[in-house]
Design a protein around this ligand. Structure first.
Ligand SMILES: [Zn+2]
Length: 384
């Protein structure tokens, strides 16, 4: 209710001063004093501040009525609004607005990062980041219609797919003006990027998103253990370019190595190395086990997270590490079961009824053996 009048920040706090001033102007000080409802703007004990904060106190009905009249709402509206979370951009998903991407206008952005405008009366501002192509944009809210979802105020980052398209169009001989039209930007932007003025811009992708991208890259490697870096890259060029732009060093360290060179016969203290590795892999495994959705605990993934390579080649010299690993590495079945448990937890948390088909879908175990599928039935009491 307060949000629709612009008194609520994106984080959900009430702009007390603005609200107080406007209320005072609306009713006049004399009237409020006469009604014994005078305002002490800026005072923590002012009734207006208390009534609009989370409160357990009871207020004179007159105070509620004054506020409601001012907000131009009837008392009937309260139930409708009570308990509703403030979502200035509605619920996800949100579209990617990168005209260079194949998924243009498709709903592939899961969530929005909320902020607040400093200069426009504290209006909410959303940051929308597409993980598929690195394109991100911001929009001042709140949204008033479904069409608002397809509007942005500013492109924060164009991303690698957009860059590639720009280069391609340029090579294909389109004029800057034509390119600008195709990519939905001003000609000056095309010019700036083509002339390398923006080359060094580091994509401002948030940490969580970067982690997600890295996770996807590691997953591709794991699913294709025999592939070279180039082959992996061809599976998802957008992902590769995003990561290359964001953290090329990481990408270098976490790609299949083409050739492994032996560095001579330096003496290695294997016992010390065993202890060091153990600490590192324990940490990595804990990290993997806490991922949601769950990821299988595999040697490859552990190596990547712990930044160790060729661990399996030396396991015979690393007894403690080896023992711990053989205990923790997950078979496909063990992983499927863990995923099923996770799926049930997730469905339960969403308040939905847990059904067999929902669990299979959420856990992504369509192709699991009948033993595994029977476990779901058992868990749901469907076995006879
Ligand atoms: Zn995109």
């Amino acid at each position: 209710m307060l949000s629709s009048k612009g008194y609520l920040s994106a984080k959900g706090t009430v702009n007390q001063i603005e609200l107080g001033k406007d209320l005072l102007e609306y009713y006049s000080e004399e009237l409020l004093v006469y009604l014994n409802c005078e305002l002490k703007i800026g005072d923590n004990n002012c009734w207006l501040r208390l009534i609009t904060s989370k409160h357990r106190s009871i207020f004179h009905p007159l105070k509620h009525i004054l506020l409601l009249l001012f907000l131009n709402k009837s008392i009937d509206d309260i139930d409708e609004i009570k308990g509703e979370k403030y979502l200035p951009f509605g619920n996800g998903k949100y579209p990617c607005l990168n005209p260079a991407a194949e998924h243009y206008k498709q709903l592939c952005i899961d969530d929005v990062t909320l902020g607040r405008e400093r200069n426009r009366g504290g209006k909410p501002r959303g940051l929308f980041e597409c993980l598929l192509c690195g394109f991100s944009y911001s929009r001042i809210g709140p949204d008033n219609s479904e069409e608002d979802k397809y509007r942005y105020n500013k492109v924060i980052n164009f991303g690698s797919v957009w860059f590639d398209k720009l280069k391609k169009l340029n090579e294909d001989g389109f004029t800057n003006k034509e390119i600008a039209k195709k990519l939905n930007v001003g000609v000056h932007t095309v010019w700036r990027y083509l002339n390398g003025f923006e080359r060094k811009e580091i994509p401002k992708v948030s940490n969580k998103k970067v982690q997600n991208l890295k996770q996807r890259w590691l997953q591709l490697i794991e699913q294709n253990p025999t592939y070279s870096q180039n082959q992996i890259r061809n599976l998802d060029k957008g992902l590769y370019s995003s990561l290359y732009a964001i953290d090329s060093e990481w990408l270098k360290n976490n790609s299949p190595k083409s050739t492994v060179y032996s560095k001579g016969n330096k003496r290695v203290d294997w016992s010390k190395r065993d202890k060091d590795y153990l600490v590192q892999i324990k940490y990595a495994i804990e990290k993997i086990e806490n991922l949601s959705p769950p990821q299988r605990v595999t040697l490859n993934r552990i190596e990547n997270i712990a930044n160790l390579s060729r661990l399996n080649k030396n396991l015979d010299k690393l007894p403690e590490t080896n023992d711990y690993l053989s205990d923790k590495l997950e078979s496909i079945e063990a992983f499927q079961l863990r995923r099923i448990k996770w799926a049930m937890d997730e469905i339960e948390r969403s308040g939905e009824e847990i059904t067999y088909s929902k669990v299979v879908m959420k856990a992504n175990v369509y192709k699991a053996s009948s033993n595994i599928l029977d476990e779901i039935k058992k868990a749901l009491g469907l076995d006879s």
